[in-house]
Design a protein around this ligand. Structure first.
Ligand SMILES: Nc1nc2c(c(=O)[nH]1)N[C@H]1C(S)=C(S)[C@@H](COP(=O)(O)OP(=O)(O)OC[C@H]3O[C@@H](n4cnc5c(=O)[nH]c(N)nc54)[C@H](O)[C@@H]3O)O[C@H]1N2
Ligand SMILES: Nc1nc2c(c(=O)[nH]1)N[C@H]1C(S)=C(S)[C@@H](COP(=O)(O)OP(=O)(O)OC[C@H]3O[C@@H](n4cnc5c(=O)[nH]c(N)nc54)[C@H](O)[C@@H]3O)O[C@H]1N2
Ligand SMILES: [Mo]
Length: 722
């Protein structure tokens, strides 16, 4: 620690939120109390600024509603009445309930349910995998985010990642394809701007005119779910006009001739109504993309939440192959860097697959409601422990999840910092530490900097980190194996000791001193400049036997694009919330405003609703109350609602996932969250719900939250929202 004054210390850490930026931060602590938390100016990605949420992270740490002690349910499930109990009492009760379940129905009746609420090497997934894995509990397919994108890309290029995203500055044509960089990946924006400054054209493909689309050089407002059709039309033009890199394709790809046949069906004239773009735009986009090199496709996850999500990503991945974009520095495709970190760290040493019982059943996280309510499931789920996740808000079919969590015979434990929408249904709520109260190593999915998160203050109240919780549970269950009690530091050191050259010189001690280090990717690293795709054939697979064998179309395909009488509802990330988080904080709720739905003027007129009207939004699965916003950010036939932990206007904490269904994707195990169609009708208290004006539609930062926005290269910070 750097000693500033006798009792003031500064401690470096890293943000643990589920976000590609994984910012480095510096916490100033006086007498054991954190005074300030600011972006680390030495971190090349963070550049000294945080974001509209984490600027207020200390308000979360010291929030009066923090759960500081174990709580036991005192009312009915969902009612939110709890009493404080000791850790000993809670642990003893949980252990005895679990022992009984294991004896009666086997450990598979217990479902550990976690997501990426805390991202980090040991807090996200380590001792839990060892404990629950060795008990033989049901395993969880954690595929709601990124897995479908990765699976789709992998079928074409053998990986879900691509070039180092920082290489974008060498690109001359950048396609932000289904990603809202300014809102979800803010610290990447300066790199996009730098590319633009050096002459790159920035194109956004998104059905919504997001802040990012507004800031780009060109916005292609595509129909949702039709990206593969657009990519196929581009390939049609590229092939028709002789813009294929024949050398690259013949050396490093397979299936070219089959692709040529396939794209014949996708002439721009035919595709235009499907994608909702003029023929001239498709032609121009294809030609610019192919001829202005290096060109870069940058998707994150927006496209994957559709029933053909994997096929869409697989199809996108054909584009840079066809034009040989991988040969140019800054060219190709750049998506999550998750794999680059986790491939070099020794993750087996952390998760210890060898102690995990093989052959246990695997349940998909998106199916939580379905599985909890399934009376035919053998064994039934009799207990669920939720940590780092808030499925009542974030998983599809909220009504069914609630129905499941209401079951009298379900024993539910939730470990979190707050009594979340999910924790309301718990038998026990156990207090979790915040990121400034525990140790972790923080790999990033948006860049190559690996950071060490050092605890800056002691755990508040009786809160414990995830790893400490699992040690306590193991002890309460009478387990004695050393591997269940390994310290955080020991696991982190072991993970760093993989011997991988990209980790050379990146030691625990160095990270302790410097806070972060960039993986040693070689200067000018271009993973596929000379082929080397990790597919079954070793080449980029424009035609895939593996897909054919798995029962999918072996060639890129547009999919059957959903259509329906209603409005297709896209729900997306927003500035003031981090997934379900921050909705419990007054200032963030105020800035985000009431739950709203944006629809186009034509659709509003057809339904006789106007901006400010209270409306009920209905799908086949459920309904939520919202305020109507008539907006030209959306195209006719498409509606947008913000995803997050809102209390809906009826005050029932219904989230947008009250409208969605479990609907699996083609492959990759995700959910077609955005394939839902809704209707909008007048709500009850119509006149009383006239909206205040002044909220920017994209929840863009303003006022104090815009702090540092000039550094991010965002001009004209919009209105403040309050
Ligand atoms: N402020 C903030 N930042 C966040 C988060 C947050 O909640 N708040 N969440 C974090 C998480 S967990 C994630 S995964 C990332 C996600 O980061 P992104 O992938 O950038 O964000 P999303 O909002 O999921 O989707 C991106 C865009 O995809 C568009 N989209 C939807 N359907 C389609 C389609 O069919 N085609 C095309 N072309 N575009 C489509 C949406 O309109 C949206 O603008 O953000 C992270 N960062
Ligand atoms: N309709 C719709 N649904 C979506 C999406 C969408 O765009 N639209 N996006 C999807 C995506 S991309 C994602 S990633 C998921 C996110 O879904 P979740 O992962 O369920 O959402 P989070 O809000 O990130 O939940 C994290 C929880 O972890 C808690 N937490 C934070 N730190 C710790 C810790 O150290 N220990 C413990 N025990 N708990 C901690 C937080 O307080 C919070 O309650 O939602 C998905 N659902
Ligand atoms: Mo996500």
């Amino acid at each position: 620690m750097i000693q500033l004054a006798s009792s003031v210390q500064t401690v470096r850490g890293a943000c643990g939120h589920d976000c590609p930026d994984t910012c480095g931060w510096v916490v100033e602590v006086r007498d054991g109390v954190a005074q300030t938390l600011a972006g680390d100016p030495t971190h090349p990605f963070t550049r000294g600024t945080l974001c509209a949420k984490v600027n207020h992270y200390l308000d979360r740490v010291y929030h009066p509603d923090r759960v500081l002690y174990p709580l036991k349910r005192a009312g009915t499930k969902g009612e939110g009445k709890f009493v404080r109990v000791s850790w000993d009492e809670a642990l003893a009760d949980i252990a005895s309930r679990w022992r009984a379940i294991v004896d009666e129905t086997g450990a598979e009746a217990i479902l550990p349910y976690s997501s990426a609420g805390v991202q980090g090497l040991v807090q996200e997934a380590s001792l839990d995998r060892r404990l629950f894995g060795s008990l033989g509990c049901s395993a969880l397919d954690r595929n709601i985010c990124g897995a479908v994108a990765a699976a789709g890309l992998t079928s074409t290029i053998g990986t879900g990642t691509g070039i180092d995203p920082e290489e974008i500055v060498h690109s001359r044509y950048v396609v932000l394809w289904g990603t809202n960089t300014i809102v979800t990946n803010l610290h990447y924006w300066p790199f996009v701007r730098e590319a633009q400054r050096r002459g790159a054209r920035i194109v956004v493909v998104d059905p919504i005119r997001t802040r990012t689309a507004e800031a780009a050089d060109w916005h292609l407002q595509i129909r949702p779910g039709s990206d593969a059709a657009l990519a196929l039309a581009m390939m049609h033009v590229i092939i028709r006009d002789g813009l294929v890199d024949r050398d690259y394709v013949s050396q490093y790809a397979i299936g070219y001739d089959a692709l040529v046949d396939r794209v014949k069906e996708y002439a721009p004239e035919r595709v235009s109504p499907t994608v909702g773009l003029p023929v001239a735009d498709i032609e121009r986009f294809a030609r610019e993309y192919a001829t202005i090199q290096p060109s870069l496709v940058r998707p994150l996850i927006g496209i994957e939440h559709h029933r053909h999500g994997a096929m869409q990503f697989r199809t996108l991945a054909c584009l840079p192959v066809l034009i040989g974009a991988w040969k140019h520095r800054g060219g190709g495709l750049a998506r999550s860097t998750h794999k680059l970190h986790f491939a070099v760290l020794d993750m087996d040493r952390v998760k210890m697959p060898e102690v995990q019982k093989p052959g246990v059943r695997v349940l998909n996280m998106r199916d939580l409601g379905k599985d909890l309510c399934d009376t035919n499931l053998r064994p039934p789920i009799r207990s669920v422990i939720v940590y780092g996740a808030n499925p009542m808000v974030s998983m599809p079919n909220q009504r069914r999840i609630r129905e499941g969590l209401m079951r009298d015979d379900l024993f539910t434990v939730v470990h979190d910092l707050f009594v979340t929408e999910t924790a309301l249904y718990a038998d026990y709520v156990l207090p979790a530490t915040s990121q400034i109260e525990h140790l972790d190593l923080s790999p990033a999915w948006g860049h190559l900097y690996l950071a060490l998160n050092r605890p800056a203050i002691a755990p508040r109240g009786e809160s414990v980190s995830n790893t400490e919780l699992f040690r306590r549970l193991a002890r309460a269950l009478g387990r004695t194996e050393d591997y269940l009690f390994e310290s955080d530091e020991s696991m982190l050191r072991a993970a760093l000791a993989s011997g991988h050259p990209w980790l050379d010189g990146i030691t625990y001690e160095r990270l302790w001193e410097e806070g972060h280090a960039r993986l040693n990717r070689p200067e000018g690293w271009m993973p596929f400049a000379n082929g080397g795709f990790a597919t079954p054939s070793g080449r980029a697979e424009l035609y895939s036997d593996a897909l054919r064998e798995a029962g999918h179309d072996p060639l890129p395909w547009a999919g059957d694009i959903p259509s329906n009488a209603g409005l297709q509802l896209i729900t997306g990330k927003q500035l003031h919330f981090l997934n379900s988080g921050y909705a419990n904080m007054e200032r963030h709720r105020r800035r985000a405003g009431e739950l709203f739905i944006e629809i186009h003027a034509d659709d509003a007129a057809a339904r006789d609703v106007a901006s400010g009207d209270a409306v009920v939004v209905r799908s086949e699965n459920g309904e939520v109350h919202a305020v109507c916003r008539v907006s030209d950010r959306v195209r006719p036939g498409v509606a947008w609602m913000p995803f997050g932990g809102f209390a809906d206007a009826a005050g029932e904490r219904r989230s947008v996932n009250a409208l969605t269904a479990e609907a699996p994707t083609d492959w990759g195990g995700g959910s077609g969250l955005y394939d839902v169609f809704v209707e909008v009708v007048h709500g009850l208290s119509h006149s009383s719900r006239r909206r205040r004006s002044g909220h920017h539609p994209d929840n863009m930062a303003g006022g104090h939250d815009a702090q540092g926005s000039h550094l991010m290269g965002i001009e004209n910070p919009p209105d403040s929202g309050d």
